[in-house]
Design a protein around this ligand. Sequence first.
Ligand SMILES: Cc1cc2nc3c(=O)[nH]c(=O)nc-3n(C[C@H](O)[C@H](O)[C@H](O)COP(=O)(O)OP(=O)(O)OC[C@H]3O[C@@H](n4cnc5c(N)ncnc54)[C@H](O)[C@@H]3O)c2cc1C
Length: 471
Amino acid sequence: MSRAEETSKGNFSDKHVVIVGAGITGLAAAHQLLQHPHPPRITIVDAADRIGGIIQASPFAGLDSVDESADAFLTRTPSAMNLAAAVGLDQQLTSPAANHAYIWNRHIHAIPTGTMLGIPASRKSIWGTPLLSTGGKLRASVEPFIPRSIGRSTDSLGAAIRSRCGNQVLERLVDPLVGSIYATDTDNFSVHGMPQVAELLAQPTSLMTAAHNALVNRTGSGAVFATPITGMSALTHAVHEKIVEDGARVVLSSPVHTIDLQGETYLVHLGNESLQADAVILASPARHTAKLVEQMSSTASHQLSTFEHASVIMIAMTIPRAQWPQHLTGTGYLVPKPVQTGVTAVSFGSNKWAHWKTTADEMILRVSLGRDGAPMHHLDDTALLEVALRDLRAHLGFDATPTNIRFTRWIESFPQYRPGHASRVGEIDKQLHAAYPGIVLAGASYRGIGIPACITDAQRAASHALASLLS
Ligand SMILES: Cc1cc2nc3c(=O)[nH]c(=O)nc-3n(C[C@H](O)[C@H](O)[C@H](O)COP(=O)(O)OP(=O)(O)OC[C@H]3O[C@@H](n4cnc5c(N)ncnc54)[C@H](O)[C@@H]3O)c2cc1C
């Protein structure tokens, strides 16, 4: 019988699994464990006084729930769609009301069609966009003639795209898209941090052909993004409700301080109590997890403590619709790194989400500031608002006068996958598992940052934890 078969047949009802972190990863891991016919007892512990981690929403401008962080997940990695369906949200999902967006490079320009994450899939997509100069277009057009090996040996996403498509494609197309999704500087970001790009680079064809094939294969397969109509936190709340109904215990406001091994079991130390566990899934960010494993492996702890994170500020605001330039019907715009002065991206919330149309005379915007290497959180709210309004004026050409404003500071919230990240994670996993098979790392710090990747990783972690209980 294979390990997977044994795991699916085992009876774990006398075992206890503790999950540290009640973000989407911890919640999804608990959900996955509970799919087993004889699941272990499960306790999720979180330092915060609420579930959801980074996924957070609050009432804004008369709406019950406006996301303060993630507002959509990718549908092509099916884990988030499947989890939403499993907790009864499948009929409550919606997709963006518009399907085009812009890049600001001294003017607002449409993101060229026929590109994949900014990578041109045809000569037409290169020659049709004013975002590239003639020199940039010529350079991008020769990509199919560049030896296939160029750009395939580096794990810097920026270096790979620069060497294949030229600096302008990287700086004006790819970096604004990837950089704004992960608050990153792609020159210092692992290719494997963006699996869609890694997949294209792994093809034996030119990058242009690989992007073309990927676009052709995805035609007609439905919306790229989805979200619950009541906001992303509906997903974490629904998963939380389901796992509690199925027997999981959720302990909030209880930071875990450390974990050690006592005999055959792990002791998870909270403030005044210690939980005995047969396996522990650490679904807290790497920089927190570093402290938790210190007593077990100082090497793994040190390596985890070197993982870097970027901070962003999200300002939600409403502005009078009368101020809005009517021609801007897309979902928002991104600002390339060389011309950034604070604002990195603006989401036109009321264009993007039909359910965010507050009143006929107001428009919701979500303005993002700060990224890896360009922090903004040292500024106070007044200064941040000044920067946001100054940049909006420069980008869109009008003086916005916000009627409602909400600031959310996401300090050290985006893990930065430096080149070589995947092998570093493999090394840490190996060290921990060799001595502590029941300790499993999961979440945005390791194998993918977006919500679907976190859910996939949670499911992997759950299987791994169950397998460790068999030994
Ligand atoms: C501003 C912003 C916008 C984003 N937008 C999108 C988007 O549109 N689409 C998308 O797919 N992704 C998006 N992401 C990324 C995605 O939301 C996150 O990567 C994902 O939610 C992380 O989930 P997680 O459970 O791994 O970690 P977290 O949500 O960080 O959860 C970790 C939990 O661990 C707890 N914890 C930490 N230390 C301890 C301890 N010692 N003891 C107990 N508990 C502890 C924390 O309190 C926290 O609740 C966005 C992220 C940000 C910051």
